[in-house]
Design a protein around this ligand. Structure first.
Ligand SMILES: *Cc1c(COP(=O)(O)O)cnc(C)c1O
Length: 501
């Protein structure tokens, strides 16, 4: 199977090239030319194997220039019980209250306690193999813009991986104290972490500009290096996310929650649109999905887009208690547009140009009708996010983080408005302990301690839940990175860090 660029359909690359390069030269994103089609019998076979078996099947259908051994090796190394706490890296907690049936798909049992681990534990394996195939002998330089969770998960995935260097940019005031602590204490010889004086969108735009700057690219080439991306613009980030939707469905069948062939809904706390897009690919491969519920926080650009067909990023940017969703330019929406326009790369290029130049675009009626058919958009502010955490904890004895709570709240809105009783998978994207202050505040009326780690301890005591090991260990870890730079200094910072300026 080959891949096209969303902005130039004539561009055709192999899977390994798409993963090694991360983004196409003209700024488009790589998308599969066609999707493997799974019958209910195929899905039934997935119910008979474990997560790793499911992953191997799906990876081998997409990564046609990888050998079976390469795929097996990558999957076996990534999804171990040691790294994810149990044999199933993506277990489900069911909450049935009357006609409302929620399946919380917990994607945060990996080493950094956020769902990004599901993809970033395997991406380094796929990426180093991809680079070997297409750019033998080159060193891959991974640049990452992060709103908090990607950065840490990428650092942890790539640390001390031969043939790679990784550099992470995060918004100086845009991540939670725990997220910051996780990044600035990162261990490894090939890692670097920089705070930028701007928000996540500035970081992401800055990184995209560096990727597509021909002078910088030449400079890297002279030094036998090559940029790649660990952000969800990289196909190697998205593909692993397709797996857990199939896996969740298979687990629900096995648990007797649904019958093979029944439809489910999917509700996803959304930022860059990667996670929810993976479920859309799963549906287009044959997974029975009825509705995609796209949940946003106060940065509700996607809610407005789904409801009106106009994407308008010219609006106030809010710093919220769900920082990994504080995003106004959702990169992966570009891939959805490509598929919904019937793979019209000229049209997508035009919409993206309008977004770049005017900050806004509007889709035509035909595309809007398709959006309406599949998607439902809703949003939830910080106050209601905390209310939802409190209610879920008191009523159902389930402690969730601030991002997951946004999805639960928006799913509740959807249920009220539509009365749709379809069992709904809710992507649970982070451990509550990554956002201890906001979560603790939601479940107690008592005064909070000042210190982040005291709050973590109190949350554990109060709710009788365990602190994830890697987070507990951060308390006494040494801080290694304190460098800050302006957004327009990012290119210089990258070259200096690579010692090739
Ligand atoms: C990254 C992230 C999201 C948003 O996911 P996208 O794929 O960017 O839409 C939601 N919740 C958490 C905890 C995250 O880390």
């Amino acid at each position: 199977m080959n891949y096209n660029s969303t902005r130039d359909k004539n561009k055709v690359v192999s899977a390994s090239q798409a993963i090694a390069q991360g983004i196409s030269e003209e700024g488009g994103l790589f998308v599969p030319q066609s999707l493997p089609q799974y019958t209910l019998d195929d899905i039934k076979s997935l119910t008979e194997v474990d997560y790793r078996g499911r992953a191997k099947k799906i990876f081998s259908d997409f990564l046609s220039d990888f050998t079976r051994e390469e795929i097996n090796e990558s999957v076996e190394a990534a999804y171990t019980a040691e790294k994810f706490g149990s044999e199933n890296p993506a277990p489900i907690s069911y909450i049935d209250s009357g006609e409302k049936k929620m399946a919380l798909l917990e994607l945060w049992h990996g080493p950094t306690s956020a769902f990004k681990d599901m993809a970033l534990q395997i991406l380094p394996h796929l990426l180093t193999k991809s680079v070997k195939k297409t750019y033998a002998g080159k060193e891959a330089v991974i640049l990452v813009a992060t709103s908090g969770d990607t950065g840490k998960a990428a650092l942890e995935g790539f640390r001390d991986v031969d043939g790679t260097k990784i550099m992470v940019f995060y918004p100086v005031d845009g991540v939670s104290p725990m997220q910051k602590r996780q990044m600035v204490t990162q261990k490894g010889k090939n890692v670097n972490v920089v705070a930028i004086k701007g928000n996540f969108d500035d970081a992401q735009t800055g990184v995209k500009r560096i990727f597509t700057n021909p002078e910088i690219k030449d400079k890297l080439a002279e030094n036998n290096m090559l940029f790649s991306s660990a952000n969800s613009i990289n196909w190697g980030r998205l593909l692993p996310q397709v797996v857990y939707y199939f896996s969740a469905y298979a687990d629900m069948v096995n648990a007797g929650k649904i019958k093979l062939g029944d439809k489910i809904n999917v509700a996803v706390p959304t930022g860059n649109f990667g996670n929810i897009l993976a479920s859309f690919y799963a549906m287009n491969m044959g997974l029975p999905i009825n509705k995609f519920i796209c949940a946003s926080n106060s940065n509700n650009v996607l809610t407005d887009f789904i409801r009106t067909g106009t994407y308008d990023k010219k609006r106030k940017f809010y710093t919220t208690i769900s920082p990994s969703m504080d995003i106004l330019v959702s990169s992966n929406l570009e891939r959805l547009l490509y598929h919904l326009t019937g793979e019209d790369s000229d049209k997508v290029a035009e919409l993206m140009k309008s977004l770049n130049e005017n900050g806004v675009y509007t889709v035509d009626g035909e595309l809007k009708a398709k959006l309406d058919k599949y998607f439902w958009g809703g949003c939830c502010d910080d106050e209601n996010t905390q209310k939802t955490i409190g209610e879920l904890y008191r009523n159902d004895n389930y402690l969730c983080d601030t991002h997951t709570a946004v999805a639960v709240n928006v799913y509740n809105q959807y249920f009220e408005e539509t009365g749709d009783k379809t069992p709904t998978v809710i992507a649970s994207t982070a451990s509550p302990y990554k956002f201890a202050k906001a979560v603790l505040e939601s479940v107690t009326d008592e005064k909070l301690p000042d210190d982040e780690f005291a709050m973590v301890d109190e949350l554990s005591e109060k709710t009788n839940t365990a602190i994830p090991g890697p987070l507990a260990g951060l308390k006494n870890a040494e801080e290694r990175f304190s460098f800050e730079c302006e957004v327009d200094e990012m290119p210089k910072t990258v070259l200096e860090s690579l010692s090739i300026s």
